[in-house]
Design a binder for this molecule. Structure first.
Ligand SMILES: [Zn+2]
Length: 84
């Protein structure tokens, strides 16, 4: 493999990278469009537990997202009475 060949491969890889970035941006736009069209008929609640520290009380954060389009609808934080 010579330098010219390697440079060609670099150029091809960069082109693929640019294309992937463009497609990722397009997917993001389409996702936003889907979230606008969606009426969010069903939701999923996912809990994330924070065990707390010496200074911070433990808490549970609930993420409520649409089951269809994945949009974050709401978040709830429940702070517990104990420290980590
Ligand atoms: Zn939705």
């Amino acid at each position: 493999m010579n330098v010219t060949k390697v440079k060609t491969l670099i150029a091809e890889s960069e082109k693929k990278y640019d294309k992937a970035m463009a497609l990722t941006a397009k997917a993001g736009d389409l996702r936003k469009k889907a979230q606008k069209l969606c009426e969010h008929p069903a939701t999923i609640e996912e809990e994330s537990y924070f065990e707390g520290t010496y200074y911070d009380k433990a808490s549970t954060k609930t993420y409520i997202t649409c089951a269809i389009c994945g949009k974050l609808i709401d978040t709830k934080i429940e702070t517990h009475s104990y420290y980590g």
